[in-house]
Ligand binder design. Structure first.
Ligand code: ZN
Length: 240
């Protein structure tokens, strides 16, 4: 469901904010549309836990870009879901080579991860009197994760609304755009300052590497997440 489908129903939003490129762009998107924006991160024992540590720097950086954004940026929340790591045996939560499974999904797939995230997000939003959830799910150039699909998100919004008796809206501003367009959206929302902030402070690499700086940011440069981010950057700013 995109912003174009429905105007905001309340003045507050909760952004699923992991500290990566996509969720940082979603945070900026929400800050242009809602008068109060809270953020939520999940700790599930991911190998790229370094992304959680980027969140504070990104929030501070984004507040510096615009006085209006500073005013709108509300509380930050972190929820620990250790059970997710315990029940899923994937390359995201254990030391293993990232590879494709026989079913065509990469072994970074954590089954139902977004379903759990959205359920926890809605439970928190309920308590915070927030109806609008914002997430960076995308089915354009994703890795085939079925819980990123628009149909999944729509069904989830309906299930959460019925199950909690609240009219939740799940906004997915990146659903139909690719990584290059995500960089362009960041530029539209926050200019070069936001693009630079995302390059320097956001984290994408599945292996949690931040050693090597590339034009598009830090990472190993080889895992699927790094390759996707690099390819998008090169379509956004073609190399000389
Ligand atoms: Zn990487």
């Amino acid at each position: 469901m995109t912003a174009d489908d429905k105007p905001p129903l309340s003045d507050s939003a909760l952004v699923l904010f992991s500290g990566g490129q996509d969720s940082t762009t979603c945070l900026a998107w929400a800050l242009t549309r809602f008068s109060r924006v809270e953020t939520l991160g999940f700790d599930y024992g991911q190998r790229h836990r370094v992304e959680l540590e980027r969140r504070a720097a990104l929030r501070e950086g984004i507040a510096r870009i615009s006085p209006a954004w500073r005013e709108r940026l509300g509380e930050d929340h972190t929820i620990s879901i250790e059970a997710l790591g315990a029940i899923s045996d994937t390359a995201l939560t254990r030391e293993a080579e990232i590879a494709m499974n026989v079913d065509g999904l990469p072994n970074t797939f954590v089954p139902g991860r977004n379903l759990l995230f959205l359920t926890f997000a809605a439970a928190l939003a309920y308590r915070r009197s927030i109806l609008d959830l914002v997430g960076g799910m995308c089915e354009t150039d994703y890795s085939g994760y079925p819980d990123c699909r628009d149909g999944t998100i729509r069904a989830m919004a309906q299930a959460l609304s019925l199950g909690m008796d609240r009219a939740f809206v799940i906004h997915t501003p990146l659903m139909w755009i690719d990584k290059a367009a995500t960089w362009r959206l960041a530029q539209e929302l926050g200019g070069d300052a936001l693009v630079q902030l995302i390059v320097e402070e956001s984290h994408t690499c599945y292996l949690g590497e931040r050693g090597r700086p590339f034009d598009w940011g830090y990472g190993c440069g080889e895992c699927p997440a790094c390759q996707l981010r690099a390819a998008g950057w090169e379509r956004f700013i073609p190399p000389d």
